[in-house]
Write a protein that binds this ligand. Structure first.
Ligand SMILES: Cc1cc2nc3c(=O)[nH]c(=O)nc-3n(C[C@H](O)[C@H](O)[C@H](O)COP(=O)(O)O)c2cc1C
Ligand code: SF4
Length: 595
């Protein structure tokens, strides 16, 4: 038997019915052979009974999978704006020059490839990169030069200095969730003692809302899943954490994993699920072994597996599912598609995952931090949780603070904390703006620093990137528009085309070729995207452009080709002509009808 064929036949559980595991198998093959060859595609197709074209579509969808070999040392520099602010650009150039590689292409000897990738979630310890999927933090010239030497000497990554791979938790402020010691099993014992209805009542009384961004009430979500008629239910922990500038889930996964799994098991007990998944972003591969060990400890302690805590029929286990570099897979329906081994294309909603999720069964999808909060509430009570925060936003929020400040890291605050307070605490004395909630979020100028982090004022998944007075905010906007253009799944036109046009226009401004007409065009495109895109990615993608056009108009106007130029072209008149010709009242409505 050929080695590749043997390798594929030895993949755990590879049978006709295992098509859901396709992405996991592809990751293993990519990792072993540095690409997914056409032979591998053929073999997987035969074993899993999936057409080769479908497998190729999956390979092409995920950034970390390739049809052509990558170098033995596959390097990807994190390209978030915070990495850039810490000097990743010159380090990337230095590495490419010293290794004599062209960005994005393997060197002729196939020993090394160097490329960029979206934010790796190490913004507090950047600049960062991935080498063969593993994180290297705190890059500087010395570290880059050492890496070049190790690569040229052919030293396997497993023999590289351990210090390269050090990622610290960097918790700068603890509050309710992080400060108290978590006693494994406490939440589940309360569940056994009080019963499902009482626990769901506690969760309801706590007013816990999802920490992943949208802020849906957790008790409502769990109740809907429990009450949906079905034979099976699933629990999914969303650990995709792809929003640029967000790294709080990384810390929870690294040091609070037992509490996350307790929250998932609690949810399973309440909704009646037997199987759970943690969807771990590919960039956090380095956390996988420790997570597996924590799962095993919980199995050994009868907190996972059959008859949990001796309760007949309380059966639940958790599987880790690895992502492969696709931001869109954080969107819950795209995540479910990916869990099923497919491309991460967001589904039409409704139906929502709570009634029709994984394999079309009712599924709870929650953020990592939400499960931690739920486990704490079960152990310590709703009043304990509600005693922090505001009327509308109970409890605390973890913030991932990065950018221009003395003490980047994780800050846990009661909801209602002002932007100004966070800036003071992290040592940011010269802030011009804060980008809250990542590339998809809001740009907060200095005059709004008294606003509060809360669902009723500035809601956030947790990203808090600071820009001082010397920064050019247009570089931030450029970085974000590139990010969205790259991460668009391509399914719908407003996002696929609008995102690319927006990127072009921002670059046109950047190089000083834009006019006022281009700025108006950016507003128009942004509006169409917000109104007509199929999912949250496309809806939020223009936010940074629209926000900065509104709040920081100078960063655009000072670059215009002819500042006194006013568009000779009258947009409203032109739209009116178009309406008369096409007979359509409104272009946005037309696009909506097509959907
Ligand atoms: C493009 C996009 C990316 C997202 N990425 C994440 C993510 O990385 N983690 C997350 O928890 N939620 C993410 N979400 C939100 C999820 O769709 C979903 O609302 C969330 O996982 C629900 O959990 P929660 O109720 O605990 O917040 C994303 C949404 C969109 C539109
Ligand atoms: S909005 Fe973008 S990411 Fe979402 S479905 Fe459309 S193309 Fe895909």
């Amino acid at each position: 038997m050929r080695p590749l064929e043997r390798f594929i036949d030895e993949l755990p559980g590879i049978t006709e019915g295992a098509s859901d595991r396709l992405l996991q198998y592809l990751c293993v093959v990519q990792n072993r052979y540095s690409h997914v060859s056409s032979t591998a595609v053929q073999l997987l197709s035969e074993r899993l009974h999936i057409p080769p074209v479908q497998i190729l579509a999956v390979v092409d969808f995920y950034t970390f999978l390739h049809r052509q070999p990558r170098g033995d040392f596959d390097i990807r520099f994190s390209d978030n704006i915070t990495d850039r602010m810490l000097g990743s650009g010159p380090l990337f150039k230095r590495m490419c020059e010293n290794l004599k590689v062209k960005p994005g292409q393997p060197r002729a000897d196939e020993r090394v490839s160097v490329d960029l990738t979206s934010c790796t979630g190490i913004c507090d310890q950047g600049p960062a990169l991935l080498v063969n999927g593993l994180v290297i933090s705190r890059l500087n010239q010395e570290r880059v030069d050492k890496m070049v030497g190790l690569i040229e000497a052919g030293t396997p990554v497993s023999d590289w200095p351990e210090s390269f791979f050090l990622v610290e938790d960097n918790i700068q402020r603890q509050d309710k969730l992080l400060s108290r010691e978590f006693v494994s099993g406490d939440a589940l014992e309360t569940l056994v003692l009080k019963g499902n209805d009482d626990l769901l009542g506690w969760l309801h009384d706590s007013d816990l809302r999802g920490r992943g961004g949208a802020g849906f009430k957790t008790a409502t979500k769990w109740r809907m899943c429990r009450d949906a008629p079905a034979d099976k239910r699933y629990v999914v922990c969303n650990a995709d954490e792809g929003e640029p500038g967000t790294f709080k889930d990384r810390v929870l996964l690294s040091s609070y994993a037992d509490c996350i799994f307790e929250g998932m098991t609690l949810c399973a007990g309440i909704v009646g699920a037997k199987q759970g998944f943690i969807y771990l972003r590919g960039e956090y591969l380095y956390l996988r072994t420790a997570l597996e060990q924590t799962l095993q400890k919980r199995r050994d302690a009868n907190r996972l597996g059959n008859n949990i805590l001796g309760q007949q029929g309380f059966d639940f286990d958790i599987e880790i599912h690895l992502g492969a570099g696709a931001y869109i897979c954080g969107e819950e329906s795209a995540l479910i598609e990916s869990l099923e081994g497919k491309r991460g294309i967001p589904r039409n909603r409704p139906p929502f995952p709570v009634t029709s999720g994984y394999r079309n069964f009712p599924t709870v999808v929650n953020n990592v931090e939400t499960f931690v909060a739920a486990a704490r509430i079960a152990a310590l009570g709703a009043d304990w949780f509600r005693s922090s925060g505001t009327k509308v936003s109970s409890g605390t929020k973890l913030l991932s603070v990065s950018g221009d400040c003395a003490r980047p890291g994780i800050y846990e605050y009661p909801y209602g904390v002002s932007v100004r307070q966070v800036l003071e605490d992290c040592g940011a004395s010269d802030a011009q703006a804060v980008q809250v909630s990542g590339a998809a979020g809001a740009t907060i100028p200095a005059r709004e620093f008294d606003r509060k982090i809360a669902f009723e004022d500035i809601p956030t998944g947790g990203s808090f990137m600071i820009f001082n007075q010397q920064r050019d905010l247009l570089e931030m906007v450029q970085n974000f528009t590139r990010f969205f253009s790259h991460e668009s799944c391509g399914f719908c036109t407003p996002c696929r085309v609008g995102g690319a046009l927006m990127q072009d226009l921002v670059e046109k401004v950047m190089v000083g070729h834009a006019t006022r007409y281009d700025l108006q065009e950016m507003k128009n495109i942004g509006q169409v995207m917000q109104e007509t895109a199929h999912c949250g990615l496309g809806v939020t993608a223009p936010n940074s452009v629209l926000d900065t056009l509104d709040k920081f108009p100078d960063i655009y106007s000072k670059r215009l080709v002819n500042r006194s130029f006013e568009p000779a072209f009258d947009l409203d008149a032109s739209l009116e002509v178009s309406r008369r010709i096409t007979g359509r009242d409104d272009e946005g409505a037309h696009i909506r009808h097509e959907k």
